[in-house]
Design a binder for this molecule. Sequence first.
Ligand code: G3P
Ligand code: CA
Length: 293
Amino acid sequence: MNERSGTRENISWLRWASLPILLFIMCACGSADTPEKGITLKKTGRKVSLIAHRGASGLAPENTIPAIKKALETSCDFIEIDVHQSKDGEVVVIHDPTVDRTTNGTGRVADLTLAELKKLEAGIKFDSSFTDVQIPTLAQVLRIVKGKKKLLIELKKGEEEYYEGLEEKTIQLIREARAEEWCVLQSFHDPILERIWKADFVIPTHKLIVGKIPFLPIFIDHELKFGGFDRYSEATAINVHRYFASKAFITSLHNQGFKTFIWTEDTPKNIQKLFDLGADGVMTNHPELVERP
Ligand code: G3P
Ligand code: CA
């Protein structure tokens, strides 16, 4: 266990108690619906954001350069990516704490060096035509996006432990790329957000949650938590799973001073519905199906 394992979120009975609820949510709404034909969004009269989730990950392997490049061709405002840290301390773009699901390799990202990660095929499990696609570094993605779209960077944790210094390295890379104006950081994990806030880095941060139980001061991020959202006063948004995105909850978040980006909706007519409910942003694996008014 590292120095950050003693926080309030690591109350083990709470973690176990939340498991059935998280399992239910994953079964009930884990995968987005099959996309239909595209739409043009209605004019809203307010600023709303479309977010390409893991790049345009319906068209190309998630969190890879081809998915980022496809997203750049769409009408999205943000490109969302996930970051982990390699054994030798490089910030790499991949969703899971292991390489097993998305590459032809096995093992934990934290146990592999950047050179070892770069040898893996990160595209062929999506489609055999995507050969020679590597796991990108955050630095590479920053160079490609280059302010053409905003970048929503989700900081992950390892299978068991938090990555030592991931937050500081991510901030450093953003500074080196002079990308402060077009990057936003988000995480499910409070210790990660707290380290970003401590670094006194002037950049928007979003708290990710699954949802809130209506009428009760209980919400779920990666476990059950009790209390309100005042603890996230430094965050500009609280991002919620689409299953929990009711008009009442979105309005309540707005009244508390938060924006909200909803994850993850692939059916265009439902993307429109979420904006009609007041969502400030909607994440989708299929940004190519959405045109702007
Ligand atoms: O950005 C929200 C969404 O990406 C969180 O879930 O599992 O896709 O990283 P996940
Ligand atoms: Ca993510």
